[in-house]
Design a protein around this ligand. Structure first.
Ligand code: HEC
Length: 97
């Protein structure tokens, strides 16, 4: 058993590597499709880039995503909220993380 451990460990590490990349890509895809499906009805991206935008840091962005999401009654997971906030941050806000 002991001498098989390194093989097992590297197999597991390989699986984590293989599984990890698509999971990240999937989160980005999901965020974009959730966003496109639910979030473009009332405002376009002009509210994210306007001079007087309300958000000044990433945690504020997450809170605002959640406020809009809750007001729509969507019941997203925390993960969806932070993925969509990350999506908006990468495309519009560019806050340091
Ligand atoms: C029912 C209409 C409506 C929908 C749909 C909506 N929002 Fe909003 N959103 C608003 C309003 C109203 C504001 C506030 C605008 C203001 O304060 O001038 C706002 C503001 C925002 C802001 C802040 C903009 C700023 O000033 O920087 C973000 C971020 C945002 N929404 C994200 C989302 C996301 C993500 C979704 C999808 C879950 C969404 N919104 C869907 C109505 C909506």
């Amino acid at each position: 058993m002991i001498d098989r451990f390194p093989v097992l460990a590297s197999t597991l590490a390989g699986l984590v590597l293989i599984a990890g990349t698509p999971a990240l890509a999937r989160a980005a895809d999901d965020a974009e499709s959730l966003y496109q499906e639910h979030c473009v009805r009332c405002h376009g991206s002009e509210v994210y880039t306007r001079e007087a935008r309300k958000i000044s840091a990433f945690d504020g962005l997450e809170r605002q995503v959640q406020r809009c999401e809750l007001s729509l009654g969507l019941q997203w997971f925390d993960e969806n909220i932070s993925d969509v906030a990350t999506y908006l941050n990468q495309n519009f806000y560019h806050f340091p993380r």
